[in-house]
Design a protein around this ligand. Structure first.
Ligand code: BGC
Length: 417
């Protein structure tokens, strides 16, 4: 009896301790498509295994444009969530405004600095302290292709140059398919544009144009050629792109309406969620001239400054889960990205993830690892907005010349500074 009593008392005590530290945290994110939601659910479950409660604050909308608008209004009304998906330089902007907390304790306990790539984690620190935890590494420069559609159109491989691409597009169109699936939203236009531009210009040019925002690069012949190639892609799309979500475009490739999509590897999460296998049911190939390049995009979860100790503990627990080896494998398999921990083996990942990791290593060696402007990794929020406006207007205005667009880039960026 005594033993049973002692056991019961111990269990009660454990439950009480658990409860004292357990807290509810609200998590804002934009992971709402099929693949994204599967990945987010894994994180919610692991947090709840620790006794905490995940209050879901999902705001649909690719690349998080709507989520960031909602976050601003919640923060301005004095009621930000405890955790929010924020990326790149924008984390610093929130930190500078005094909104973010500090999760150094979790970083020190788990030794983050030993296994995270320096180049990427810099964005997660504010004044040298961790304010956010990085989750993954997405590669932007990918073409997702439906091999059956290509074969049926008489195209025997995913195009490696833009000339090949436009020849293939003619054949695909003639065979009755849409060559390139796309959604006409500014961030998707910018995603396609930066991929075209990095292939034509290379890593150094990309950095001059889209990291340094150098007017000479922005108005150079390379830029003009990139803009012209980008605009020509408009003719390889269907007439209903306006406002289409990225995952709807992906589903056009999945169900064989379209041959290809240029999109970051969260698109792979949709193929995976549909039970498809790379190399069999779909292909992942680097867009023209970008094979040894890597345009990166890292999702991070930023921790807002909260007073409640239970919530602070929940934030640190969440961060610890995110960077645990098991979670890095499971989450990234569902999400389409690769682990942000460089010491996690990719043995259990598919061929596209392995190719992504290889490209990451090559790009690091060859100085061809570049931050994605379209995904908030390269410049400030307002500068990114200025670039989006010009790119999208140019894409949708049949009369606007590439030369005009390149000059507008310079003036719009200047006005945004
Ligand atoms: C995010 C991804 C997300 C994608 C589509 C990107 O900016 O980094 O996590 O899946 O947008 O919403």
């Amino acid at each position: 009896m005594k033993t049973i009593h002692a056991l019961a008392a111990g269990a009660l005590l454990a439950a009480a301790v658990g409860q004292a530290n357990a807290a509810e945290i609200e998590v804002l994110h934009w992971w709402t498509s099929g693949g994204e939601a599967k990945a987010a659910k894994l994180l919610k479950e692991k947090l709840e295994d620790k006794g905490h409660t995940w209050k879901d604050f999902a705001v649909a909308g690719g690349a998080g444009d709507s989520a960031m608008t909602v976050l601003k209004s919640r923060a301005l009304s004095g009621n930000p969530p405890a955790v929010a998906q924020i990326k790149g330089p924008l984390i610093q902007e929130w930190g500078d405004m005094g909104f973010l907390g500090n999760i150094d304790k979790a970083a020190e306990a788990d030794g983050w600095d030993d296994f995270l790539p320096e180049e990427i984690v810099a964005a997660d620190k504010v004044d040298g302290h961790y304010a956010a935890v990085p989750v993954n590494i997405h590669r932007i420069n990918w073409i997702w292709a439906n091999p059956e559609v290509l074969e049926d159109s008489g195209v025997d491989h995913v195009p490696q140059t833009w000339d090949e691409f436009f020849d293939a597009a003619d054949k695909i169109r003639e065979a009755g398919y849409i060559p390139l699936a796309h959604g006409g939203q500014p961030w998707q236009d910018a995603t396609v544009f930066e991929v075209v531009m990095m292939g034509i210009g290379g890593g150094d040019f990309y950095r001059k144009a889209f990291v340094d925002l150098d007017p000479e690069a922005l108005t150079s012949d390379t830029m003009i050629e990139s803009l012209k190639t980008f605009k020509k892609l408009r003719g390889t799309m269907d007439d209903n792109i306006a406002g289409r979500d990225w995952n709807i475009a992906t589903s056009m490739v999945i169900n064989g309406k379209a041959a290809m999509q240029i999109m970051g590897d969260w698109a792979k999460g949709e193929f995976t969620a549909a039970g498809m296998m790379p190399g069999e049911d779909y292909e992942c190939v680097a867009p023209p001239m970008t094979e040894s390049m890597f345009s990166y995009n890292t999702d991070s979860l930023a921790m807002f400054d909260v007073d409640d100790e239970g919530q602070q503990q929940a934030q640190r627990d969440l961060a610890s889960i995110v960077l645990s080896k098991d979670f890095q494998v499971q989450f990234n398999q569902a999400k389409g990205s690769i682990p942000v921990r460089l010491d996690v083996s990719l043995d259990d990942f598919d061929a596209c993830a392995k190719a992504s990791r290889e490209a990451f290593d090559v790009a690091m060696d060859e100085d061809a690892l570049v931050p994605s402007l379209a995904h908030g990794m390269a410049v400030s929020d307002s500068q990114q907005g200025a670039v989006f406006d010009v790119i999208t207007n140019f894409f949708n205005d049949p009369d606007m010349k590439a030369e005009t667009a390149s000059e507008r880039l310079v003036s719009a960026i200047r006005a945004a500074e």
